[in-house]
Design a protein around this ligand. Sequence first.
Ligand code: HAM
Length: 422
Amino acid sequence: MTYKSIKGTRDILPSESWKWQRVEEKIRGVMHTFNFREIRTPLFEETSLFSRSIGELTDIVSKEMYTFRDLSGESLTLRPEMTASVVRAHIQHNLREQSPLVKLYYIGPMFRQERPQAGRLRQFHQFGAEAIGSQIPSLDVEVVALAVATYEALGVKKTILRINSVGCEKCRPPYKEMLKRHLTRVRDRLSAESQRRLDVNPLRVLDSKSEEDQSAMAQIPLLKDHLCPECSAHYASVKEELAALELQYEEDGRLVRGLDYYTKTAFEILSKDLGAQDALAGGGRYDLLAEELGGKPTPGIGFAAGIERLMMVSEKQKSFLDGEEKLAIFFAALGNEAQRWAMKQALELRRRGISAELDFLSRSLKAQMREADRQQVRHVIIVGENEVKTRRATIKDMKSGEQKTVSFDEVMSLFEKTNTDK
Ligand code: HAM
C-alpha cells in the first residue's frame, strides 16, 4: 500500500514553493509599510474559543472543525481561522498595556472540514491582519486599504471590493425579526438550504447565490437601511473616506459574513477570475469580540485572505513576473580528486552566499552538463582528470556559451561579486 495526502490537503512542491515564498515576502513587505507586525499563534486552541467567537450555529463551528481530545480529556480544535486566536493572545498578553492600538498580521495554515473543490481545501492558508484598539471609521479604511494594497503589490488585477454594514447588538436583533417575517412569507420559493437556514440563522439566507433565492428575495428589506444612528453614521464615514482615498467599492446590502463576531463594517474582495468560490478575502469589525472572550471591551477590525485562491488568480492572470531564482554554479567534476576539490570550492562559495551544486550520482561529464542545463544554472565549472593534473578549471557561461580556462587559485576571485547572479 502507498500513502497519499489526505483529501482536501495539498503538497506544495518545489516547482510551486518558490512562488509561495515570493508571495509571502511581498505580503510581509506590504504589512511592514502599514506598520503591522507579525503574530504567530499555536495551530490548536481550546474548542470553546472558536465556538464562542465564531458562533455555535455557523457552518464552521457546527460542522467543519477538526476537534479532538487530548490525553487529559480536554477538547481541542485545529484553528479554522485566526481572529479568535489573535484576540485571545491580545487579552492573554495584555497587549493593550503596551500600546492602545495594536496592528498585527499573520500567514499560516487553517483547517476546515469542508467539501473540497477548486479553491476550497481542508487545510488552506491565509494571510490576514487585525487592528485592535480603536473604533474610528478611518481604521476600517486603513484595513481595507491594506488588503487592497496587498493585491496591488502582488500584481493581482481586477479585484472587486464589496462593503456592507451588519449593524450592532442594538439594530441587528430587530432587523433579524423583520427579516425572518419577510422570509417566512416567501419560504416556499426559497431553496431547501435557505429554508433550513431561515430557522437557524436568517441573515445567512441573504447571501445565498442560488437564483431561486435571489428572485424570492427581490423585495426583502436590507439591514443597511435599518441601522441605528451610530452604525449608520459609522458606515457613512467609512464610505466617504474610501471615496476620498479613491478606493473603488461596491455596496452590497446582502453581504453577511459566515462568522458571528462581526459588527458594523463587513467587506469582501472578490475576483471574477475565480470560479464558484469567488471570495479572495473577507473581513470586518468585531467590536464585541474581546469582551465575549473575557477581556476588557476592545474594538477591532481585520481581514483574512486565502493564499490558494490568490495563487489561482495569479496563475490565471500570469502575474508572476519574475521567475524562480536559479542555481548560480554547478561543478561538473570527474574523478575523486576533482570531486574533492569541487566540494571544497562549493562550500567556500556557499559561505559567500553564492548557490553551488555538484554531482552526487557519479555521472559522466556529459550527463552532468545535461543536469546543469536542466537546472538552468548560470555557470558550470568543469574539472575533469586533465584539469586536475594542470590545476586549471574550465568555466562555461551557460547563457552566452563562452568558455575560459583559469587556474584553480583564480576561481574564487571570479565569483566574489556574483552573489546576485541568477
Ligand atoms: P473567512 O471569510 O472565513 O474569514 O475566510 C477568509 C478567506 O479565507 C476567504 O475569503 C477565502 O479566500 C479563504 N478561505 C476560507 N475557507 C477556505 C477554504 N476552505 N479553502 C480555501 N480558502 C479558504 C475569516 O477567516 C475571518 N477570520 C476574517 C477576518 C479577520 N475577519 C476579521 N479579521
